[in-house]
Design a protein around this ligand. Structure first.
Ligand code: UDX
Length: 408
């Protein structure tokens, strides 16, 4: 068993550290965020991940997992240091390596003897040599080290794979979203198309779910970074650019659908179901919900939002919306509901109760998790993504509830 230090106690680092500890290694998770470390030392997790709390509690109690902000303390006698800090998108789409630089510089000043530094965050090609040069420059003269690359599923020394794989998966998503918009206009059902395509083993069913597009900390950033790397090295990454554009449009299409049915969105009450970028996480990074909420607020819509686990995080960054205790409260009095995240909880809602709560039963299913016919039977006016019916086909616009009472 090994002694391991993980720098960065976030989505990657905390999960990596907890899993290594559970396998029997002695792990120290290091983070410069004092509040985060103080919380972890009291058993309060900064992120939601199914099963993570139990894993952290168990290993903290057994002494295999500890948390600190002190580099010196964290690196004493360590054999492996995993770099798992954030590499967000920079101004031009490049991976911003500021946090990696500062972590490696701090590390170089405290490590000694023999150490293996593992680049766990997704980092651009050439980072291994760059990290080694920092260790050589700032580390003790007798330091023996190796730098290896191991982002999630990556084989050592093959750092292209990660960017290419993520870009390919993102391409699959944007491809099916483009097919979805064609289906929407021509009357096809993208779910049937995707199922048929998936039966061909060369294509496969995975990552062919049309919807509001990809979000999260990886795909948007990695596609952007790869396109940037390509462009600054004399290539023209046209396909990657199209993938990003289709992804942006997928989110904007919600606005168009709402406007088709409601007309002006000013002062209209709209419910949002789901805030995290995908189910089973509280991660809001690059979440379609954030962009949709931003666009709706720019048009002065009134918003009632709900997410099964991301509410605390959302309260800190989303302003001017009403946070609701459940999906039914988010639907109360609303003229439209937009389902943004495909949480299981939203598949199991009592749809009749949901409809009864609304002022007008317009349902925009951004993840195609409901059966259009079933929802229409309950009385909803339903629009999925690429499900053969486009809001243009609706009969007239939805009248504002206030106007209705004025004419009565
Ligand atoms: C991804 C990769 O899957 C993983 O291999 C890599 O190591 C990190 O990036 P993650 O970002 O956690 O993982 O989420 P993932 O489940 O891949 O979903 C990414 C986004 O794509 C989500 O917003 C999801 O809603 C969206 N998506 C996924 C679709 O819109 N359609 C699909 O068919 C699949």
């Amino acid at each position: 068993m090994s002694t391991i230090t993980v720098t960065g106690a976030g989505y990657v680092g905390l999960v990596t550290g907890a899993c290594f500890a559970d396998l029997g290694n002695t792990v120290t998770c290091l983070d410069i965020d004092e509040a985060r470390i103080a919380g972890l030392n009291r058993g309060i997790l900064p992120i939601y991940e199914p099963g993570l709390k139990e894993l952290v509690d168990r290993n903290r109690e057994s002494g295999r997992l500890r948390f600190t902000t002190d580099y010196q303390d964290a690196c004493r006698g360590t054999e492996f240091v995993f770099i798992a800090v954030n590499t967000p998108s920079g101004q031009e789409g490049e991976a911003d390596m500021g946090q990696v630089r500062s972590a490696v510089e701090s590390l170089a000043r405290v490590v000694s003897g023999r150490v293996i530094v593992v680049n766990k965050s997704t980092m651009p090609i050439g980072t291994g040599d760059w990290v080694a040069s920092i260790l050589e420059r700032l580390g003790p003269p007798d330091l023996q080290f190796a730098v290896v690359s191991n982002p999630e599923f990556l084989r050592e020394g093959a750092a292209m794979i990660k960017y290419a794989s993520n870009a390919f998966l993102a391409t699959k998503i944007s491809f099916i979203n483009e097919i979805a918009s064609i289906c929407e206009k021509l009357g096809g059902d993208v779910k049937t198309v995707a199922r048929g395509m998936g039966l061909d083993k060369r294509i496969g069913t995975a990552f062919l779910d049309a919807g509001l597009g990809y979000g999260g900390s990886c795909f948007p950033k990695d596609v952007k970074a790869l396109a940037h790397m390509a462009a600054v090295n004399g290539c023209h990454p046209q396909l990657l650019r199209a993938v990003m554009e289709i992804n942006r449009d997928a989110r904007r299409s919600v606005m168009w659908k709402l406007r088709q049915r409601l007309g002006s969105l000013e002062d209209r009450l709209i419910g949002i179901l789901g805030l995290s970028f995908k189910p089973n996480t509280d991660d809001l990074r690059e979440s379609p919900a954030l962009e949709i909420i931003h666009l709706l607020r720019a048009e002065h819509a009134r918003l009632q939002v709900y997410d099964p686990v991301a509410m605390d995080k959302a309260r800190r960054i989303i302003k001017g919306v009403e946070f609701c205790e459940d999906a039914y409260a988010a639907a109360a009095g609303a003229e439209a509901l937009v389902l943004v995240t495909d949480w299981n909880e939203f598949k199991q809602l009592d749809m009749a109760r949901l409809k009864a709560a609304m002022a007008y039963p317009l349902f925009i299913d951004g993840r195609n998790i409901h059966d259009p016919e079933q929802l229409r039977r309950v009385g909803f006016e339903y629009y999925g993504v690429g499900r053969g019916q486009s809001p243009e086909a609706g009969n007239g616009r939805v009248t504002r509830p206030t106007q209705v009472s004025a004419t009565v």
